[in-house]
Design a protein around this ligand. Structure first.
Ligand SMILES: CC(C)(COP(=O)(O)OP(=O)(O)OC[C@H]1O[C@@H](n2cnc3c(N)ncnc32)[C@H](O)[C@@H]1OP(=O)(O)O)[C@@H](O)C(=O)NCCC(=O)NCCS
Length: 183
């Protein structure tokens, strides 16, 4: 059965689970960062990161450093094959970054991860989620631009996609709505 904190995907992503990152996932996430192609790592880190930067990022993402929240895609054998992270910025917007194992791309895993992060942003009342993408990264540009509320523009040599988040109704508001008399 599907639970909101632990979802198993179907179809081409058969058996892949999307769930919150935990501290104990640090080694698995680091292995993903180290395993992906140099191009994917470059696109995720917006440059060529040294081993120390990669280690620090795996720690920050799995330990919630700087208020980071993260979700992982996990293969049936437990291997971490994707990650989306969202970190609050100084202006109140949250910055999102996503990475999927090259061997698992093209199955909607990034879309699923990004939607999980956006749903959490909606629940938390975050107004805007921002993605920075290199201009020639067609898949990622499409991924973020196709989310509802997305607006893309060139800024500082990259494409900045602002995604306006529609707040999710609170439990109290949902209850009030449900109790309204019909008609
Ligand atoms: C970009 C990336 C996250 C996509 O992961 P993925 O799991 O293959 O993505 P999905 O399968 O969910 O597909 C995302 C969308 O991009 C589309 N897409 C895929 N390749 C594309 C391409 N070359 N051009 C245009 N759109 C493309 C897919 O059709 C899909 O759109 P749809 O949902 O409307 O059908 C993955 O390739 C990756 O990790 N790249 C390196 C890191 C990176 O670029 N991160 C983004 C910046 S933080």
């Amino acid at each position: 059965m599907t639970s909101p904190r632990f979802r198993t995907l179907t179809g081409g992503r058969h058996g892949v689970t999307v769930r919150r990152a935990r501290r104990s996932d640090e080694a698995g996430l680091l292995a993903l960062y180290e395993r992906v192609s140099p191009e994917s790592r470059y696109r995720r880190f917006h440059g060529v990161p040294g081993a120390r930067i990669v280690r620090l990022e795996a720690h920050r993402v799995t330990h919630g450093g700087d208020g980071t929240q993260a979700w992982l895609a996990v293969a049936p054998d437990g291997t971490v094959i994707g990650c989306v992270s969202m970190v609050p910025g100084r202006d109140g917007a949250h910055e999102i970054a996503v990475l999927v194992d090259d061997a698992w791309t093209g199955r909607g895993i990034a879309g699923r991860l990004v939607d999980e992060a956006l749903a959490q942003a909606a629940r938390a009342g975050v107004g805007t989620v921002v993605a920075w993408v290199q201009g020639d990264n067609a898949a990622a540009v499409h991924l973020f631009r196709s989310r509802p509320g997305a607006r893309a523009r060139f800024e500082d040599g990259e494409i900045k996609v602002d995604i306006a988040v529609v707040p999710a109704p609170t439990a109290a508001r949902r209850l009030a709505f449900a109790l309204q008399p019909a008609g």
